[in-house]
Design a binder for this molecule. Structure first.
Ligand SMILES: [Zn+2]
Length: 292
C-alpha cells in the first residue's frame, strides 16, 4: 500500500542517521525601520486616536462561489536536498534537489506566474478578494531540514513566499526542522501550517486521535511562532466527511488535500487541492502540468 510505504519512509527518515550539518544558513530578517537620527516635531498621537479603523466586514461566498474560485494551482513539495545512494524510488520521487527547485520556481515567474501566499489564496476562495493575474501558491510538507537549509535561501533569492506544513513529531530530530527553524521560517515571512503530529492519515482517527493530531500540534506550533495558525494539510491528501467536521471544529480555517480527488461541494475550503510535485519533472513538465 502506497501510503504505508510512504509512512515507513517518513519514520525511517525520522529515526535518523547521523546528524547532518545544520542551520548554517540563517535567514535575514527585514530590519525594522529605524527612527535613529531623525527628528520629528509632531506630537505623539494618543493610542485611542491612533487605533486603525476596523476592516470592512467580509462576507464569505456560497459553497458554489468558493468552488468556482478554487482554481489557483498549489504546488506541494517534500524533501529539498540532493539524492543519496540510499534513496529508493519512493524517496526519490518525494525529494527535489535544490537546483531543480530553483529551476522550477524561476520557470514559474518567467512564465508570468505570480506567487501568492496561502492566506491570500484562502481569502480569494472564501471572500473573493482579488489576486494578481496567473497566481500560484508554493508549499512544502512534513518539515524536513532541507526546507530550511536549501529551500528558504532559494525562496528569499527569488523574493517568493511559501507555506510549510509541519508535522510536529519530528521537530528537533536529526534531518528534520528544529523548533527554532520553524520560528525563523515564520519570521522570514513564510506561512506555517499544521500537518498533524505523526502523519497518521485522518481517515483512521478515533477518540483521542483528533486532539492529538489536530489540536495539540496546532497549539504547539502556535506557541513556537507566537501567533495563531489556521491552515491544515491532510497527510497523503486523505480525508473523509468526519475529518472535515473535526478539522473545522479544531479551529482551522482551511485544509488542503491533493489533486487526485475533487473538492467537497459543501466544504470546498476544507478540501483545497494541491499538485504533488515529482522530482522527475523538469521545468517544462511542471509548466505543462499547470496548464493542464
Ligand atoms: Zn506529508
Amino acid at each position: 500500500m502506497r501510503s504505508m510505504r510512504r509512512r515507513d519512509f517518513l519514520i525511517a527518515a525520522a529515526g535518523g542517521l547521523a546528524l547532518a550539518g545544520c542551520t548554517s544558513g540563517q535567514p535575514t530578517r527585514t530590519p525594522a525601520a529605524s527612527a535613529a537620527g531623525t527628528t520629528s516635531t509632531a506630537a505623539p498621537v494618543p493610542p485611542s486616536q491612533a487605533a486603525a479603523p476596523q476592516p470592512p466586514q467580509r462576507t464569505p461566498g456560497t459553497p458554489e462561489e468558493m468552488l468556482a474560485r478554487a482554481t489557483v494551482p498549489v504546488l506541494c513539495y517534500h524533501q529539498i536536498r540532493d539524492f543519496t545512494p540510499d534513496d529508493g524510488p519512493e524517496a526519490r520521487s518525494l525529494t527535489c534537489p535544490p537546483t531543480l527547485l530553483e529551476r522550477h520556481l524561476r520557470a514559474l515567474t518567467e512564465a508570468g506566474m505570480q506567487p501568492v501566499t496561502s492566506p491570500q489564496l484562502v481569502d480569494h476562495v472564501q471572500f473573493g478578494t482579488p489576486l494578481p493575474p496567473r497566481p500560484v501558491t508554493i508549499s512544502f510538507d512534513d518539515a524536513s531540514e532541507g526546507q530550511f537549509t536549501n529551500a528558504l535561501p532559494i525562496l528569499q533569492r527569488l523574493s517568493m513566499s511559501a507555506t510549510f506544513f509541519v508535522m510536529t513529531v519530528v521537530l528537533d530530530k536529526p534531518k528534520w526542522l528544529s523548533r527554532d527553524q520553524v520560528r525563523l521560517l515564520d519570521r522570514a515571512g513564510m506561512t506555517i501550517g499544521v500537518h498533524t503530529w505523526d502523519h497518521h492519515p485522518v481517515t483512521k482517527y478515533t477518540g483521542a486521535d483528533w486532539a492529538i493530531q489536530l489540536q495539540q500540534p496546532k497549539a504547539e506550533l502556535e506557541q513556537i511562532v507566537g501567533h495563531g495558525l489556521d491552515l491544515f494539510a491532510y497527510p497523503y491528501g486523505a480525508w473523509n466527511a468526519e475529518a472535515l467536521e473535526n478539522v473545522q471544529e479544531a479551529g482551522y480555517r482551511t485544509a488542503f488535500q491533493l489533486s487526485d480527488k475533487p473538492l467537497d461541494p459543501q466544504r470546498p475550503l476544507f478540501t483545497l487541492r494541491r499538485l504533488l510535485i515529482s522530482s522527475s519533472w523538469d521545468e517544462q513538465d511542471l509548466l505543462a502540468r499547470l496548464q493542464a
